[in-house]
Structures are given as C-alpha cells and as structure tokens.
Design a protein around this ligand. Structure first.
Ligand code: TMP
Length: 210
C-alpha cells in the first residue's frame, strides 16, 4: 500500500482504452480537488523514454529475459523518482500499466515463469502494491480491430500474434480473480461513459473508505 497518497493502476491489452479512461478519471479526480499525477510504464521518466524506445521499437528480437529486465529497469527508476515521491506528498498517482503488465506479457505472453517475473518487479519497486488496479477487459480480436483503426504501424508487442494476446488476456483475468480486493474488472466493450462511471464509483468508494 502507498504511504499517504493513492496509487491507481490501469491494465489491459493493447487497444482496451486505458488512455481514454485515465484521462477521464484524472479530470474527475482533479474536479474533486485531488492533485493527480498521470504517468505510465514504460516511459514515465527521461530514462524510461529511452527504455521504451528500445523495448518497443528495436528492430528485431529481444530475448524474453532481456525484455523482462528492460521493463523492470524502467519500473525501478520510475517508482523511485516519480511515483513514491508523489505518494509521499499525498497525491493520487494514476498509472498506465505496472507489475501486472509484466506478469501478463512477459509471463504468459513470452512464457517466462510468472513468479520469477513478479519477483523481479517486486525487487525493482521495493514491494510497492497499488491501492486499486482497473483491468479493462477486452477480447483480443476486438482490441485488434480498434488498433487497426488507430495505427499506421504496430510496435513490437502489438505486432505479436493473436495467440500471444489471448494468453495475455487470460493471465490478466487470473490475476484479477486471485486478488478481487485490489482489482476492478470492467468490460471494455461497453460505451466509454459507462466504463468511466464504473471506475469512478469504485475510486470514490476507495477514497471514502480512507
Ligand atoms: P502501452 O502502449 O500501453 O504504453 O504499452 C506498451 C507495451 O509494452 C504494451 O504492448 C504492453 C507492453 N508491456 C510489457 O510487455 N510489459 C510491461 O511490464 C509493460 C509495462 C508493458
């Protein structure tokens, strides 16, 4: 758990609508008088922007363990220099992707040992756990359809086969089922405003419980 602030992460497959929902939730929280830090992994710091470029746009393959280490390195620097300081100031951190992305993509997607992938990130973050994780759940084929409309070119991970994205989705649902108290699972095929309302209600409940 975070010290005094609130740590909310958004998770889901590529094309599940995380960015739109982060924007809407951020606006709502700001309207409620909260100081909000919107950030993401990979790429939430200067160092992270360079790691993101390597991990998403390097031409050719990156060995799965190297990929896992790159994401963990981005995360270690990001949590230490951006997220923990913001939480210590009592702010709300709204973060696009965190450890669950590594467990789903490097664990289930690349077929590395999920517990080892998780341990690596726990070490990198000195055990930081989100107060709430919103999983935007969407069928991989539907997500691909959305990406096709939005992209002229896929990054390394988006370009993976549909079986990869199916494994990622299944892993996310397993993670959510194992920790129902931390996760809110939302059907991302619903209209944007319906999803936003469901998220807002849960966040309000978490804030109210404090
Ligand atoms: P984004 O496009 O949502 O910012 O995510 C970048 C890509 O990186 C996305 O395909 C998911 C992937 N990813 C991992 O494979 N492992 C991780 O730990 C993170 C944070 C992202």
């Amino acid at each position: 758990m975070s010290d005094t602030g609130l740590f909310i992460t958004l998770e889901g497959g590529d094309g599940s609508g995380k960015t739109t929902q982060a924007e809407l939730l951020g606006e709502w929280l700001a309207g409620e008088g909260r100081t909000v830090v919107r950030t993401r992994e990979p790429g939430g710091t200067d160092v992270g922007v360079e790691v993101r470029e390597i991990v998403l746009h390097h031409r050719g393959d990156i060995a799965p363990r190297a990929e896992a280490l790159l994401y963990a390195a981005d995360r270690a620097h990001h949590i230490a220099t951006v997220v923990r300081p913001a939480l210590a100031r009592g702010e709300v951190v709204l973060q696009d992707r965190f450890i669950d992305s590594s467990v789903a993509y490097q664990g289930a997607g690349r077929v590395l040992d999920a517990d080892e992938v998780r341990s690596l990130s726990e070490w990198a973050t000195e055990g930081l756990v989100p107060d709430l994780t919103v999983l935007l759940d969407l069928d991989a084929a539907a997500a691909r359809g959305r990406l096709d409309e939005a992209r002229t070119r896929y990054d390394r991970l988006e370009a993976e086969a549909s079986e990869f994205h199916d494994r990622v989705r299944a892993a996310y649902l397993e993670l959510a089922a194992a920790e129902p108290g931390r996760f809110l699972v939302v059907d991302a095929a619903q209209p944007v405003d319906v999803i936003a309302l469901a998220i807002r209600e849960r966040v309000a409940a978490v804030l109210g419980a404090r």
